[in-house]
Write a protein that binds this ligand. Sequence first.
Ligand SMILES: [Zn+2]
Length: 141
Amino acid sequence: MTRISSANPHRPDPVLTIDTAFFWAAADEGRFVAQQCGGCATLWHPPRPVCPKCLSKEKHAHDLSGRGTVMSWIMPVHPPAHGFDAPPIVVLVETEEGLRFVSNVEGIDPRQMKNGLKVEVAFARTKGGHQVPIFVPAEEI
Ligand SMILES: [Zn+2]
């Protein structure tokens, strides 16, 4: 997976909860993961205490491919996004595994953004020294 240093040193740190701490700890290790059921192998995101299919509490972190497709995107301009020097590109990405994540895309001119863009995960630094998964183009623009 690609690791990049964020062009934005003010990016907010993730907010940890009992259900999301594993996701952010994995991101700090450069891993992009989702929860997987220990009973029926269902993958899901966002994190939750039980499997959405069989309600099992047995779960573990499953490493995702990091590859996905932009389903939708926006670039909020006003009001300015907290913690960003320039308007971020906010995307809804569907991963190869069929999970959807709200994140950012970096490394592309906003005028070249489009639905259907192939992307891959990368990691951006936060102001507190953590890192969070974002996406970068995985195809020639
Ligand atoms: Zn299950």
